[in-house]
Ligand binder design. Structure first.
Ligand SMILES: [Zn+2]
Length: 585
């Protein structure tokens, strides 16, 4: 009983529990003294700044695989001084949006609303980004892609940064940044400010959700033109070529060649253009140069927003997008991924040096983690004897369409005229399959209603047809998921946790290991992520700072991170947080 009390009330009773009682012993074999516990009981000052680094697509094994090439001030410093564990994402759709929404909220997609990167909106009849907001606009230059108009409005609940703001009369500031919009926005919560790169200009911008104009310091920072400064440069290996033997040949099977980068070192970064432009910025964001760009912006944010300098705990969240983009192009076993991981360790080391020198290491809580892992390149797996592959959307769409027409007849003509962008539909007529956004199949609900069909029967017929395609393991229907009637397996539970009914499809398909579909299934090169499997769902978690007991804490659910961080900071956990507190105190 005493042990339970000491755990539950660690905040108030840390001193009492630490005195002469066997219950004070660290539960997980950590080396620290539990009396260091909370800042309240120990009388330690609250941290000035929380720095949350999310490395997009940083698989758990990257830390161990490339350990020999890391310096002392990056990952190894946080691991040495702090808590380290493997974080497991318990939801199926391990994509950037869902991962980033979960990290600082501690809630699964079914609850936080960010269940995928894209979904089909039956009202607008368009597949739109989960962070798209018709009421928001990107600030500054805007091209035709409406998905650049973003906000956190679809995010339900609160984040650690929101809770810090709520208990300080909004004095605490959260600044989130990334080159990808969703990476920044979902870490910023509802009350923070998010900055991301405008793909058309290479400058950092924001959404009118936060402000209709950029702060002067952002305008000033943009005038440095840091993206343009790398135009025409080459991305070379940071280590001697022999060090890359653990990643295999440079020109490995099915590596991509994106925006003129080529498949092998040195990678020329110019987007095949004569001067900086959108294709160049798309090449730039896949290189280590983009991490320097982001970390430079982060320093400017700390200086100009006086983060950590105003008597309250502020939060700076940085999502480093480059490894994800390089991973998609070259695959997780490529020399390019090895190189960019080794470089990010150095880049972060220099950044930590700067932050700790400015604020004092004892005043900074540092978190390093990732939003998801990465799938091996299927062609490389096939070549060594695994069952692996890409499933094309057309194969899925055709199989489902044929099965539904055979069973229920053609869908009746819609009474609504085709909208802009629906020329195909006007030519081909109505279809049963209206959109494919992995892992969801969206069916023509208006046609199901018009024909007075039982939705569950149609969903099952569609699921059976699709899951007969090689590479799929099975399916769940919308009716089944809404009722929560799934078998008691971890995989089924992961799909349930990923299913947010307002944005959910009519059928959810699950693949076998090493198979995938969607945007990267359409290509014949590169790789992706987005499944239940461990290569996609396991990431590292490193956490250091005042009050953290150094040690290794095994494997924990990623929903545990936000409540653990909240507890460390002495604030209430985010509203919809579902995790447990990792005993790092
Ligand atoms: Zn991602």
């Amino acid at each position: 009983m005493k042990r339970a009390l000491c755990t539950v009330f660690a905040l108030a009773f840390a001193l009492a529990c630490s005195k002469g009682s066997e219950t004070a012993a660290p539960a997980d074999g950590g080396a620290g003294d539990s009396s260091a516990g909370s800042s309240f009981a120990a009388g330690a000052p609250r941290p000035k700044l929380v720095v949350v680094i999310v490395i997009d697509q940083f698989r758990a094994d990257y830390l161990t695989r490339f350990e020999a090439y890391f310096g002392d001030s990056g990952f190894k410093r946080i691991a040495r001084q702090g808590a380290i564990w493997t974080g497991h994402y318990g939801h199926y759709a391990t994509y950037t949006g869902p991962g980033h929404a979960l990290i600082l909220s501690g809630s699964y997609p079914y609850l936080n609303g960010i269940s995928a990167n894209k979904f089909f909106n039956p009202e607008t009849r368009r597949s739109e980004a989960m962070v798209f907001d018709a009421e928001a606009e990107i600030v500054g230059v805007k091209k035709t892609d409406p998905d650049m108009d973003v906000s956190p409005r679809n995010f339900v609940g609160s984040t650690v940064g929101d809770e810090l703001a709520l208990v300080t009369a909004r004095q605490s500031r959260t600044i989130a940044l990334a080159t990808k919009g969703r990476g920044a926005i979902l870490l910023g919560g509802r009350l923070g400010k998010a900055y991301f790169m405008n793909d058309d200009t290479g400058e950092m911008t924001t959404s009118t959700y936060y402000s209709s104009v950029l702060p002067n310091w952002v305008v000033g920072w943009n005038s440095k033109k840091l993206a343009d400064a790398q135009f025409g440069k080459a991305w070379e290996r940071a280590l001697p070529e022999a060090a890359y033997a653990i990643s295999g040949p440079d020109d490995a099977k099915a590596e991509g060649d994106s925006k003129g980068l080529g498949k092998t070192f040195p990678h020329k970064v110019n987007g095949k253009l004569g001067a900086p432009g959108p294709d160049y910025y798309e090449a730039f964001v896949q290189t280590p140069f983009a991490n320097d760009y982001e970390l430079d912006f982060a320093r400017a944010a700390i200086e100009n927003e006086q983060l950590g300098g105003r008597g309250v705990t502020d939060l700076l969240a940085i999502s480093l997008s480059a490894i994800d983009l390089a991973g998609h192009t070259f695959g997780p076993s490529s020399q390019e991924v090895q190189d960019i991981v080794v470089r990010v360790d150095k880049q972060l080391g220099a950044f930590f040096d700067w932050v700790y020198a400015r604020l004092g290491a004892e005043n900074v809580v540092t978190v390093v983690t990732a939003d998801h892992g990465a799938t091996p390149v299927p062609e490389q797996m096939k070549a060594i004897g695994f069952e692996a592959g890409r499933i094309k959307k057309k194969t899925i769409g055709d199989a489902v369409e044929a099965a539904l027409v055979a069973r229920f007849g053609a869908p009746p003509a819609s009474k609504e005229p085709p909208r802009e962008g629906e020329k195909d539909k006007a030519a081909k007529g109505e279809r049963w399959v209206v959109a494919l956004e992995d892992p969801h199949v969206f069916l023509n609900r208006a046609a199901i209603a018009a024909k007075k069909l039982d939705p569950q029967e149609v969903e099952q017929a569609a699921g059976r047809a699709a899951s007969g395609i090689k590479g799929f393991g099975g399916y769940f229907t919308r009716s089944q998921l809404v009722q929560g009637s799934v078998p008691p397996t971890p995989l089924a539970l992961s799909i349930l946790r990923s299913y947010h009914a307002p944005h959910g499809g009519d059928v959810v398909l699950w693949t076998l290991p090493f198979y995938f579909w969607g945007k990267y299934g359409e290509k014949d090169v590169g790789s992706t992520h987005g499944t239940f499997y461990r290569y996609d769902s396991e990431v590292p978690v490193l956490l250091s700072g005042p009050g953290v007991r150094a040690g290794r804490y095994g494997v924990r659910e990623m929903v545990d991170l936000a409540p653990t961080l909240s507890h460390l900071l002495g604030v209430v956990a985010p509203a919809a947080s579902e995790g447990n507190i990792v005993p790092i105190f």
